[in-house]
Ligand binder design. Structure first.
Ligand code: MN
Length: 260
């Protein structure tokens, strides 16, 4: 099982979640919303091989925390994974969109300068602006658009730019989410929960429940769920060996090493 976008540090009891992850052998990318949380989350995860921590500055907190972009850029040489970053153009956050764009483009530029990062990206209400920024910084690394909710033409553009996509149970609950997932390239798809913000009934989704979306995705693609599981596993192995959308890294050892 693979959860490529989860906020491990924001669960009420992250250690309990980690015990569940260990028991099930789940692969997890734990994103952070501020660079101040990165070291603490890494410490929490310890030496686990299947759990990686991404260095992030969430667009929803950029209004308050934009100065922390300097800290993020300072830590970036130490982290192969960057996220959650991106832009949020929804009603509640569009007043900070200019600031968000400054922060996001600075992170992409730093990422490019360091040779590229694997990036998990938020694009709610701002898909075109996110794609514009990615297009102007083609060496920033491998972008994964998490819970993509743009239009079909924005999706086409994202695909042409080499973006990957992470989809999850919450996304597959809406018909728009299912339609977008039916159009994404299967060889660039990963699974996620975005938990603990997403729920299963009253409780937050757990990382190992990311695969609850497989049956809906498989149905939308008219393939067997088991085959889709195999594709997602191969995708994880592939993305950990990439430094840019169109090139595989051969000189670098994959940092996250799936052992199937
Ligand atoms: Mn998130």
């Amino acid at each position: 099982m693979i959860d490529f976008h989860c906020h491990l540090d924001l669960y009420p009891d992250p250690q309990e979640v980690l015990r569940g992850i260990d028991a099930r052998g789940t692969y997890v990318l734990a994103v952070t919303t501020t660079p101040k949380a990165w070291r603490g989350t890494k410490k929490l995860v310890g030496e686990r091989k299947r759990v990686r921590v991404a260095l992030g500055l969430h667009p929803e907190v950029v209004g308050q925390r934009h100065q922390e972009v300097a800290l993020l850029c300072g830590l970036m040489p130490e982290s192969r994974y960057v996220g959650e970053i991106g832009l949020d153009g929804s009603l509640q956050h569009k007043s900070t969109l200019d600031l968000q764009q400054k922060v996001f483009t600075r992170i992409l530029a730093e990422s490019a300068r360091l040779g590229g990062r694997i990036m998990t990206i938020h694009s709610r209400g701002a898909a075109t602006a996110v794609l514009d920024a990615l297009e102007s910084e083609p060496r920033a690394g491998v972008p994964i658009l998490h819970w993509f909710s743009g239009t079909k033409s924005e999706l086409d553009r994202a695909i042409a730019l080499g973006c990957w996509f992470s989809v999850g149970p919450a996304m597959m609950r809406s018909s728009k989410g299912r339609e977008l997932a039916s159009l994404m390239p299967l060889d660039r798809m990963l699974t996620e929960t975005d938990a603990p913000f997403t729920k299963s009934g009253p409780a937050p989704l757990m990382p190992w429940q990311a695969y609850d979306c497989l049956s809906a995705v498989a149905a939308a693609r008219e393939i067997a769920e088991h085959d889709l599981g195999g594709i997602i596993r191969r995708n994880l192995r592939r993305i950990t060996q990439m430094n840019s959308p169109f090139e595989l890294l051969h000189h670098d050892k994959p940092v996250l090493t799936p052992n199937y």
